[in-house]
Every structure is written in C-alpha cells, then in structure tokens.
Design a protein around this ligand. Structure first.
Ligand code: ADP
Ligand code: MG
Length: 432
C-alpha cells in the first residue's frame, strides 16, 4: 500500500499508465489498470538490460496484469520500481504496432496497424464452401489452418514490419464458428507467447462497428462522432447499435430470426445462385425493376427486425409461379433480385429511421458484409440528404470480415490497457 501511495505521488496516471499491484520475491505485478485482470508482459522483453542492472543475479520477472489483490502486496524498494516504470515508459514511447488476426467465419485475415494508421490488411477468402451453398464449419477451420501463416506473413511484409517490432497481437475471440476462432486464437497466443508481447481480444461485432475508425492516414477521411447509430448487417447479424463510445455500445434492436445477409443468401440459393448470394443479388438487381414484385414486410414493434417471413413469401412466390412457368426464375431473375433487394433495404432503413428519430441522433453508420450492398449504400446517401443526417458508409474492403477492423479495435483497447489473459478461450456466441 505504501508503495502504491508513493508511486501515485510521483507518477500521475497520464504520465505512466502502470500501477504496481503486487510484488513478491523480486517479481513485480504491475497492472495497466488499478486492479483488473490483464496480460502477461515480460519486462525482460521490454527492457532486457533491466534484470542485470537492477538485481544482478537475482531472479527477475515483471508481469503486467496478473490479477493480484493489492492487500497481498509486500513493500519493496520504491526507487527500483520507479526505474522499472521509467524503462517501461520509454518502451511505450516506441510506436504501437499491432498485428491483428480475424478468423471468425470463412475469411482468414491479418492486418497491421501502427499508431492508429493501417499499414496492411490481407484476407484469404475460402472458396471451398461454394459447392455446398454455405459455410461448412469443419472445412472452414482446416482452411484457416492452411491460410493463417501465409496471410500473417504477407500482412507483415506489406506493412514493412518485422515481427520483433510488434507491440501486441489482437485477435477475434468471438462470436463466430468455434473451430475457426480456435485457429486464430491459438495462433495469436502462440505468437504472443513466443514474442513475449500481450494479447488483445476483440469482439467481432464491435470490430465491425469500429471499422468506421480505421484510418489509412488520408487527409479526407471522415469518422463518426459519438453518439451515433450503427446499422450492423452481416451474414449472422442485423442489429441497430447505439454507439456512445468505442467501448460503450448497446444493441437497441435486432433480428428475431434470420439476418439480412442470411435472407439474401437463402433467397439467392432458391434462385440457383452461387454462395454467398448477397453479392450476386446486388449485381443482378442493377438490371432489374425494383417495383415489379411486392414481398411481405414484417410488422414488428420497436426496433427489432425479422426476415424469415420475407424469405418464406419469396419461396412461395417462386413455387407458385414456377408451377405455371418453369422458366419463371430465368426470365425474371433481374426483377426478382431488384425487388427482393428493395424490400430488404426498405425494412432495414425504416427501423433505423425510427430509432434515429426517437433518440434524436443524426449521425448514422452502416457496417457488416451487407453494407457492401449498393442499394443499401444508396439508401444511406439518400437518408443523409433527406434528413440532413451525417452518414458513414465504410469502404468496401472493411465491410465483410477483415482484420483491419480488428486491428483498430485492438488499438483502442491497447491504449486503454485492456489486455486478455493467455488462457482466454474463444466464444461462439456473445452480445456486444
Ligand atoms: P458474418 O460476419 O456474419 O460472417 P460478413 O460480415 O462477412 O458476415 O458478411 C457476409 C454477408 O454479407 C453474406 O451474407 C453476404 O451475402 C453479404 N453480402 C456481401 N456483399 C453483399 C452485397 N453486395 N449485397 C448484399 N449482401 C452482401
Ligand atoms: Mg462479420
């Protein structure tokens, strides 16, 4: 206690973000927050000369983030600890370089970010699922195993960064397919351990939202202001997220059944289009008439979505028409795609508008794989004009699963000292 009190006097938190929470037999337990579980960062790595300089032959280790209750702290030499903190601070003056790995579904991606500027973002998409009309989890994890090393290697090379320069590894811990997540998580852990650097876990959904803060260092970049609403639409999610800060998000509406991307993919499948069908529908819809066919829209209270009714009505509509005309799909493909796409976009925008109006928020963003859809992007632009709202549409490369967004989220967390233990296990399901 004496030590902590003395340290606080000498070091204000904004000068040095480290707190000594425990010390035992020349092992100092230093936390990046006052008392939270954190990460193991060997100071031997931060400052290799320290061991000798401070303790001669004495065993020395400095762990950051091992949870220790301050009451277990023993008093040790304050000057020594101050020297350690000074060295760590100097270490922190080096650029923050984060390697991030994303492997939640069927894209293996790695990205490198330096001091908040994205240096590289490399993704290997898995084509093995195409013939099955959907992602086969076991095949996905095997493909991740094959891809992860070359993808990480390429990301580092493109960034011009050597692995010895990395400050931390960010990784997607969930939600997603467990086998896929396991590959990325295990790889991240192995690399972090071998390099003696901390791990930063990222929630995949938060990553999608934070894709809006990815910076390539260009002058004309725009990033949302807090609070804003984010329409998060992907293969597995359709949510309206109230984003108060990078680490303060609340789902205020979500699908009660299928996700928007899932609806696109399933309807595409019944039309005989390849997987994933969303981009195909988008492409074909460009030639079609969006007013030609009407499909059912849900009538839910609040901000929740439902897409399973639309999927069923689309299916029955096709079945009925195919009975009379076996070429119905072929002859009307573009109009079917355009009408379906318009229905999905209308459903999405209606609830978003309601939420924005009720909450009085006029900064709105869209994220997730379906935000690549051209009609949805156009609807956002029109929304901005009509309601004088600030709209944020991500570049295409940050819409579907990518590690750039994971790197950005990890960068925020790194700065806040939010690290995760080496025994962190992936999770298949979670909220924001
Ligand atoms: P998840 O994280 O849930 O795996 P992603 O964020 O990778 O999903 O998004 C994949 C989903 O996005 C798929 O359902 C795909 O059909 C959909 N998608 C991608 N591009 C488009 C597009 N241009 N139009 C409509 N949907 C699209
Ligand atoms: Mg995703």
């Amino acid at each position: 206690m004496l030590l902590i009190a003395a340290l606080r006097q000498v070091l204000s938190p904004d000068v040095c973000k480290f707190y000594v929470t425990d010390c035992k037999d020349n092992v100092f337990f230093v936390n990046t927050q006052k008392s939270t579980e954190g990460m193991a960062l060997s100071a031997d790595n931060c400052c290799p000369m320290l061991h000798k300089h401070l303790f001669g032959k004495a065993p020395y280790r400095l762990d950051i983030g091992h949870q220790r209750h301050p009451s277990t702290m023993r008093i040790c030499s304050i000057p020594k600890v101050l020297v350690i903190l000074h060295r760590i601070r100097k270490h922190r003056m080096k650029p923050i370089i984060i390697l991030a790995i994303e492997s939640s579904c069927d894209d293996t991606s790695a990205a490198v970010i330096r001091d908040g500027i994205l240096l590289s973002n490399v993704t290997a998409s898995q084509r093995v699922h195409e013939e099955y009309g959907g992602v086969v989890p076991e095949l996905a994890s095997r493909a991740h195993q094959q891809n992860v090393l070359p993808v990480v290697d390429t990301a580092l090379k493109r960034a011009g960064v050597d692995k010895s320069e990395i400050s931390a590894i960010g990784f997607t811990r969930g939600p997603g397919l467990l086998g896929s997540l396991l590959v990325g998580t295990s790889f991240a852990k192995g690399l972090a351990l071998s390099l003696g650097i901390p791990l930063v876990e990222v929630n995949h959904l938060q990553g999608h939202v934070l894709a809006h803060f990815v910076s390539e260092g260009k002058a004309d970049e725009r990033h949302p202001e807090f609070p804003f609403l984010c329409l998060l639409v992907s293969g597995g999610n359709s949510q309206i997220v109230l984003v108060r800060a990078w680490n303060d998000m609340q789902i205020i509406g979500q699908t009660i059944d299928d996700a928007a991307g899932e609806a696109f993919d399933k309807c595409a499948k019944v039309m005989g289009l390849p997987y994933p069908g969303g981009p195909w529908i988008d492409r074909l819809a460009k030639e079609g008439n969006p007013e030609r066919f009407q499909f059912s829209k849900p009538n839910l209270q609040g901000y929740d979505y439902s897409f399973s009714g639309l999927k069923t009505s689309f299916l029955y509509f096709l079945r009925d028409n195919l009975r009379e005309n076996p070429d119905f799909i072929e002859k009307n493909k573009a109009d079917l795609c355009a009408s379906l796409q318009k229905t999905v976009v209308d459903i999405l925008m209606k609830k978003l508008r309601k939420a924005a109006k009720d909450l009085g928020i006029n900064h709105v963003a869209v994220a997730g794989g379906v935000s690549a859809n051209s009609a949805l992007r156009e609807a956002f632009v029109n929304y901005g004009k009509r309601y004088r709202a600030e709209v944020y549409i991500p570049p295409f490369s940050y819409t579907t699963d990518n590690a750039a967004m994971i790197a950005q989220a990890a960068y925020f967390k790194y700065q806040a000292g939010e690290f995760c233990p080496i025994d962190a296990v992936p999770f298949a399901r979670t909220e924001l």
